[in-house]
Design a protein around this ligand. Sequence first.
Ligand SMILES: [Fe+2]
Ligand SMILES: [Fe+2]
Length: 304
Amino acid sequence: MNSVNTAVETTSSQSAASRQPLGARVGIPPRRVAMNLEDSKAGYWYGNDPFLTYYWSAFSILLPEGEQFFVNAVRHYRDQITDDDLKAGIAGFIGQEALHTQGHQVLNGFINAKNLPAAEIEGQLKLLLDTAARIHPRLSLAATICLEHFTALMGEQLLVEDDHNAAIAEDIKPLWMWHALEETEHKAVAWDVYEQTGGSYAVRAGTMVITTAVLGAVMAYATARLLHADGKLLDVRNNWRGFKSLFGRQGRMTRLAPKFLDFFRPGFHPNDHDTKALVTEWREKLFGAYGEMNHLLKGGKSLH
Ligand SMILES: [Fe+2]
Ligand SMILES: [Fe+2]
């Protein structure tokens, strides 16, 4: 993996002192957030609930390898892009995803330290993604826009639904809120790269069907593995309640279905889901003058 230092590109025309990440010019600034969970006492860190904690832990475990896959997929087509704003967006996208990987590695290390098989699941996912990446670069990019659609919708939901973000343990919450904000900021980058390099509707729609099935299977497997390792797999009553809270009639994931299905509209673009006001609100809240996360920014500097 490229180091984050090389992944966060700066504008070369500026003096060294005033250099800013290229992505910041188009509203996609990579932010270096220091995560540290060494002293964390968090147990079931989502809603004090084993099922939901392991569901979101499974998601976190998939992210480092997944985001590296996205970065590689976009980077492959980068030289074909001539639009300056999109080039800056790609730089911001790569920088943000590389830094998310670092953040989730801290959480995944914390999960692994509880004798849970985070590292093993990550290894299995790497095998799967390495195999997928060998099929065709176009398919890797199509899978990336599918998965970025998921991360955009889930990120937006986490920013909007206060009962959702309030369920996360205090010391783990900043990672998810920072990540949710940045997924919302860069949600159109991979999409625009796909479109501007001639990606077709048929391939994106077909890839979404396969990607959704694979993601569902991987999430079910990883969640079950974690529950099993903790002796909670057969706690059927709690697991069923947690499952229903996500996928029941009014479940959190179920409520995303209409926006998920927008992906299949031929003329759809991620910015059709207008999140500008939401991004402004959360930039201010997390990284503004009195931002809740400023103390975690390396260098103590707000880039919003
Ligand atoms: Fe990310
Ligand atoms: Fe992303």
